[in-house]
Design a protein around this ligand. Structure first.
Ligand code: NAG
Ligand code: NAG
Ligand code: NAG
Ligand code: NAG
Ligand code: NAG
Length: 495
């Protein structure tokens, strides 16, 4: 079983041949660039890294060790002064500098609002480790038990209140930002802490991908649609390849010869490992099928699915299917041409925080329909839970997220209760299937782009941005401006 990385979360459980992965969010592929933030430097901004002593358990009075939460604050030396706004990015499941680097939108628009920018790191990721080290934090179910969404939101709330006090900024409105899992956090934080933030831009936030709210097949159906849209031949070749791989694995020496053919660093133990690795490539390609070259998950050309399909389609009809598949996958895993061999173990430490989250609160049922380009599979909660118990000694609580944050009949609920949230989604993004795609009220707005991929609106602007992308960002800026204007009017401040 694999867990889809949210947002780029793909679950890498080393399971045997059971079903699909838990979709991964982007976190586990974080290859951060440290000193030099392209998003910030594009606008000539510098930032500082600071640490805030954070409480381990916000919901008990037990005497537990504190930990240092890392946050980015910028632009330093800027003209920000209260009561100008604070833009607060809710950190996802990964190193916060990586998200800051890849969220150019916030850096670019902050000057228009004279806003201060904060990117807060999510506990148990990056350097924000309880118990002093990743090893200790990830030791067992007990040490991991403070890795929850509720604790992370409470961290953000506590951090913001303390920061505003230190900066004498109690009157500064806070606007939340987030993409993917971070977008879920931004939306949920707006709903849970309305006294702390006046609004949230939740980009590609699949807050409905729980229980039976949306179809469990949506993720892989969208990936498949993205490939078919490019080329039905490409879709067919990929769809056929799974059986070919499995059949090859049954030959004597089949695993060894597959390992050679796919230039793997270590020989396969079963064909599922290879299938999961290919599955990840196609899933991530759908997430980052951007109209410009990018280096978010991997260095990739513009329209990467088109490039993959161009490779696959470029062979003669008589060509070996696996040669085609290898050539296609190499676009994703070896675009720079510098990889000597492929290492299928993308989580060398054996424990990624998202896998834990997927085994506790973030249970996003994932199936594959017969119509998809993947082997059909029905989500099997019993098997999922058994694997979680085996990996972490915990049993998931699949109904907790909707108990805590809602999700069922969200339109009716939020129309009466919520305000000032933008849910933006691109329909190429496989996570859009779990997103809010319809307007809920005049201030809970869905901005949907047909050709957008995973939180494309949060990326830095480029020369190659299509018109629809420029327009959706303008719409977001106008909505954020209206929230801020209204706040100042109602609290009788003026900028
Ligand atoms: C606020 O100031 C105190 C005292 O200097 C410091 O310990 C704390 O970390 C600051 N808070 C934040 C959010 O940086
Ligand atoms: C196959 O299993 C061995 C032993 O568990 C492991 O060390 C090796 O990395 C596995 N190979 C792959 C490609 O995962
Ligand atoms: C990566 O690409 C380069 C250049 O095309 C090639 O020489 C190398 O063999 C490729 N690596 C793998 C693992 O396929
Ligand atoms: C679900 O998984 C359990 C445990 O792995 C297994 O016993 C059961 O047969 C599976 N059910 C289906 C319908 O595949
Ligand atoms: C929601 O309303 C906005 C106007 O506020 C509009 O631009 C947008 O297209 C609507 N979204 C959907 C999905 O209809």
């Amino acid at each position: 079983m694999k867990v889809l990385a949210l947002l780029l979360l793909l679950w890498a459980a080393t399971a045997a041949a059971t079903g699909p992965q838990i979709p991964k969010f982007p976190g586990r592929f974080a290859r951060p660039t440290f000193r030099n933030n392209p998003a910030a430097s594009a606008i000539g901004a510098k930032y500082e890294i600071r640490y805030f002593r954070q409480r381990l358990d916000h919901f008990s009075f037990a005497e537990l060790p504190d930990f240092d939460q890392r946050y980015i604050i910028g632009p330093s030396g800027g003209r920000w002064a209260p009561p100008s706004p604070i833009f607060f990015y809710c950190g996802n499941e990964g190193n916060i500098e990586w998200f800051s680097d890849n969220t150019g939108f916030v850096w670019e628009i902050a000057p228009r609002f004279s806003a201060l920018i904060i990117f807060a790191e999510h506990r148990y990721y990056g350097t924000s480790m309880p118990f002093g080290s990743k090893e200790k934090a990830y030791k067992d179910a007990e040490s991991l038990s403070y890795l929850t969404t509720e604790q992370a939101l409470a961290d953000y709330a506590t951090l913001l209140i303390d920061l505003k006090r230190n900066l004498s900024a109690s009157d500064s409105p806070v606007v939340l930002f987030g993409g993917s899992y971070g977008g879920m956090l931004a939306a949920w934080m707006r709903l849970k802490y309305p006294h702390i933030a006046i609004g949230a831009l939740a980009s590609s936030a699949p807050i409905l991908q729980f229980e039976d709210i949306v179809s469990p097949e949506s993720f892989y159906d969208i990936v498949s649609r993205d490939f078919k849209r490019e080329s039905s031949n490409c879709f067919d070749v990929i769809k056929k390849s799974w059986d070919v791989i499995e059949a090859r694995g049954k030959h004597s020496d089949g695993l060894v010869s597959l390992s050679r053919e796919f230039k793997l660093c270590k020989d396969l133990n079963n064909t599922q490992e290879l299938s999961d690795w290919l599955d990840s490539a196609y899933s991530y390609l759908s997430m980052v099928d951007y109209p410009f070259a990018s280096n978010f998950l991997m260095p990739l050309p513009a329209y990467p699915i088109k490039e993959v399909c161009r490779k696959i389609d470029g062979f003669s009809d008589a060509a070996d299917i696996l040669d085609r598949i290898f050539a296609g996958a190499s676009i994703y895993y070896n675009y720079t041409g510098t990889v000597e061999c492929f290492d299928l173990e993308d989580d060398p430490h054996g424990m990624s925080g998202w896998d834990w989250q997927a085994c506790t609160e973030m249970v996003m049922p994932t199936s594959r329909s017969k119509e998809s380009m993947f082997p059909a599979y029905s989500f099997n909660y019993t098997g999922y839970a058994a694997q979680c118990f085996q990996s972490y000694g915990v049993r998931p609580r699949p109904t907790w997220v909707t108990t805590e944050f809602g999700g069922h009949d969200i339109g009716t609920v939020l129309k009466k209760f919520g305000s000032n949230i933008i849910f933006s989604n691109g329909l190429l993004d496989p996570w859009s299937g779990g997103g809010v795609l319809q307007n809920i009220s005049h201030s809970i707005v869905a901005l949907v782009t047909e050709l957008g991929a995973h939180h494309i609106d949060l990326r830095a602007s480029t020369e190659d941005d299509p018109k629809w992308l420029v327009e959706v960002r303008e719409a977001e800026i106008n909505l954020i401006k209206s929230w801020i204007d209204e706040y100042y009017q109602e609290s009788s401040y003026s900028i």
